[in-house]
Design a protein around this ligand. Structure first.
Ligand SMILES: CC(C)(COP(=O)(O)OP(=O)(O)OC[C@H]1O[C@@H](n2cnc3c(N)ncnc32)[C@H](O)[C@@H]1OP(=O)(O)O)[C@@H](O)C(=O)NCCC(=O)NCCS
Length: 332
């Protein structure tokens, strides 16, 4: 029998805009303070674009970084998947705008809306095109300009988010034991009421009223989202391990969506993981939604913890609710 054709990540690119916004900067705009933000979330600073910089720009920069790392040209890319909740426009797809910016002349692509789990969903979708033999080079991007949908008068949300982009290249793995080994994904639409952007879609098209009521911003009830994330992040991680006959003891690195340090630590505890196996970079980027996992992966490569052969569990919980986990044996 032929070996299974797996998808593996062969390169990673990143981009965050240069402007840093500290907790102290935010405290000048809303009634908040550095200590509260650090204690409740773990965030110290985040990067934000200059107004008018779209998600496609960050995404294109991240892909440029990726192409340099891999030493290939944009016209070798066959498929571009962009996970985002802050597309440049409702249409055309941000993937089309990225494709044009990077001159990926042979690529097709589309956007995927999975909020904070978006990158893991896009990774899973991209992997199918590699595993089926349809494509040999798929770029999966997680990119968001959260500052474009944040109400800077709402202290309960504006301190949480940042802007950024990460991109990975998926290619076929000759070695069946390396690459994306499995996934576990769920959605629970009954949680949609706790984290959403009310206006700008077909339910509440843009009008003077929706703008006056600030309905084009993130609305969140933090506590139910927090409780759900604490429960599901550990649960989904265990599920993906169990499906592949593994336990927390097998895990070398836990790379979770960076929304809140307390959520990450609680999930790591449930898996019985030592602190040294948990990647945390929320302190410098905040919650960049679809970009947190590739950005955290990049940091783990930089600090030497992510190396060829390491078993990685990716996990995320986000608006929707969306829940996801991906298990992978790192390839380079
Ligand atoms: C948002 C979050 C950090 C709030 O933390 P919390 O411990 O739940 O805090 P609460 O919402 O209970 O608020 C506690 C108090 O702090 C206040 N507060 C809220 N935001 C504040 C801020 N930025 N600065 C200072 N005080 C703040 C509240 O008004 C409240 O005051 P009160 O007790 O006088 O009413 C937390 O709920 C969370 O992380 N939720 C999940 C968010 C998330 O992960 N979202 C993305 C999912 S992908």
């Amino acid at each position: 029998m032929n070996a299974k054709r797996r998808a593996k990540i062969t390169a990673l690119g990143r981009y965050v805009p240069p402007k840093v916004v500290t907790n102290y900067d935010l405290a000048k705009r809303v009634d908040t303070n550095h200590d509260w933000i650090v204690e409740r979330t773990g965030i110290i600073e985040r990067h934000m674009v200059e107004p008018g910089t779209p998600t496609s720009e960050l995404a294109a920069q991240a892909v440029g970084d990726l192409l340099r790392q891999r030493g290939i040209e944009a016209n070798e890319i066959e498929l571009i998947i962009v996970a985002t909740v802050t597309p440049d426009m409702l249409f055309p797809a941000t993937a089309c705008r990225v494709q044009d910016k990077i001159h990926a002349k042979r690529a097709w692509g589309f956007d995927l809306s999975g909020a904070c789990s978006g990158f893991l969903y896009a990774l899973t979708v991209g992997a199918q095109f590699i595993e089926s033999g349809a494509h040999d080079k798929v770029v999966v991007i997680g990119a968001d300009v959260m500052s474009s949908i944040i109400n800077f008068e709402d202290r309960s949300t504006c301190v949480l988010f940042g802007d950024g982009a990460g991109a990975v290249l998926l290619e076929p793995s000759e070695d069946e034991s390396v690459g994306i080994l499995g996934y576990a994904h769920e959605i629970d639409g009954s949680g949609g009421q706790f984290l959403y952007m009310p206006a700008g879609g077909s339910l509440n098209p843009a009008s003077h009223e929706t703008v006056d009521k600030k309905m084009h911003y993130v609305h969140q009830e933090g506590q139910p989202v927090f409780k759900y994330a604490v429960r599901k992040m550990g649960e989904i991680s265990r599920t993906v391990l169990e499906r592949n006959g593994m336990t927390g003891d097998d895990v070398d690195l836990f790379i979770a969506h960076q929304a809140n340090l307390r959520i990450i630590s609680s999930a790591a505890d449930k898996l019985g993981l030592d602190e040294s196996k948990v990647v945390k970079n929320i302190h410098k980027f905040g919650n960049t939604t679809a970009a947190t996992i590739p950005l955290a992966t990049g940091d783990a490569i930089d600090d030497g913890r992510l190396q060829k052969g390491k078993l990685v569990v990716y996990a995320a919980v986000g608006a929707g609710y969306t829940v996801g986990a991906v298990l992978m044996r790192w390839a380079y």
